[in-house]
Design a protein around this ligand. Structure first.
Ligand SMILES: [Zn+2]
Length: 344
């Protein structure tokens, strides 16, 4: 295996580990958010008799702005650690793949990561704020409508909370989140998962960017790598495997909320490094050929997928067009997915 192939393989495995961290981060946010939902429901129940939407809105607003701060505080604890771990692990990865080549460490300043837009032009703090505001607005608007329509409290709670599969409870002073189906709060809870994923991808990508930049003397370019499954979006799928020169401008990753893309650097060949061959261990010398690793891109995967899988990846209508010979590139214009109406 060449050094570039080994790095790509290691980074793909590493991306799976990041998925576990996403799950941890999500659970932390979930517990906080579910507690806020419970608190908001309590406030609505207490104030229900007066039907004073102004007072309800004030209390609910306070609850969700408090949880916003709690989520930020939790992230401020876990994410800087993630950034540091990322650099340590990637450094160890390189030392194993290309022994004998000098690797530089990198200082990761948390402030810089926090300030950089995480996705769609918003910083992590702004994404957390949006989550709080969305939840608050949904709860207040639904309550207001219920009052106007003369609904019962029970009907409102069902509309907000959905049906409990397992109720939330306190166990030994620790809040254990419940499980619900349906309900506006349940839908909002899903945003928390997107937030967790975006946070982990943003922090890991930015920390790595800083590390790669510190080591650009051994790097000749970058390949964009997408996490490949039926959830990969078409816009990103088409960018999978795209190669950028070191100084060529390339998009910050993640591109959007829930985006799971990252860059895999391409090492220079040992000759391009200008190192005296004798200085490098023979295995490193043999593996550093500077070539782009063999890689099955999203497009390759799509091509070899069954018609049913293609329908899962592209959606049924696009899959049909694709099977009739329409190139997948024509589904996207200027990085944006065309609607089915625009396609026709
Ligand atoms: Zn995408």
């Amino acid at each position: 295996m060449t050094a570039n192939e080994a790095l790509l393989k290691a980074l793909i495995e590493h991306a799976e580990k990041l998925e576990d961290l996403t799950q941890d981060e999500y659970e932390t946010i979930l517990v906080l958010l579910e507690a806020a939902h419970a608190e908001a429901l309590g406030q609505i129940s207490t104030l229900w008799r007066e039907k004073d939407i102004g007072e309800i809105a004030t209390r609910v607003n306070m609850t969700y702005s408090e949880v916003t701060n709690k989520i930020k505080a939790a992230m401020d604890k876990s994410l800087p650690r993630l950034a540091d771990n990322e650099v340590t692990q990637i450094q160890a990865m390189l030392e194993e793949i290309i022994p004998g080549v000098a690797i530089k460490g990198a200082m990761v300043e948390w402030q810089k990561i926090a300030e950089r837009p995480a996705a769609a032009g918003s910083t992590l703090a702004q994404l957390v704020d949006a989550l709080g505001v969305n939840n608050m607005t949904d709860v207040v608007e639904t309550t207001k409508r219920a009052i106007e329509q003369g609904k019962t409290l029970e009907a409102l709670v069902l509309e907000l909370r959905g049906r409990a599969v397992r109720r939330a409870k306190w166990v030994g002073g620790k809040y254990v989140a419940g499980k619900y189906t349906g309900g506006i709060m349940t839908v909002d809870t899903r945003q928390a998962e997107a937030l967790a994923r975006t946070a982990v991808m943003h922090v890991s990508n930015t920390a790595r960017d800083i590390f790669w930049q510190a080591n650009e003397d051994i790097i000749k370019g970058y390949m964009r790598v997408e996490t490949l499954d039926e959830r990969t979006c078409i816009e990103c799928g088409l960018e999978d495997g795209r190669i950028y020169g070191v100084n060529e401008p390339k998009p910050f990753l993640p591109v959007h909320i829930n985006c799971r893309a990252y860059y895999c650097p391409l090492f220079k060949s040992f000759r391009e490094l200008g190192i005296d061959a004798d200085e490098l261990p023979e295995t490193t010398r043999a593996s550093m050929n500077g070539q782009v690793p063999k890689y099955t891109t999203w497009k390759d995967m799509l091509e070899s997928a069954s018609p049913k899988e293609q329908a899962e990846i592209l959606g049924p209508t696009r899959a049909k067009l694709y099977q009739q010979g329409m190139p997948v590139e024509s589904f996207v214009k200027d990085g944006k997915l065309l609607t089915l109406k625009e396609l026709k």
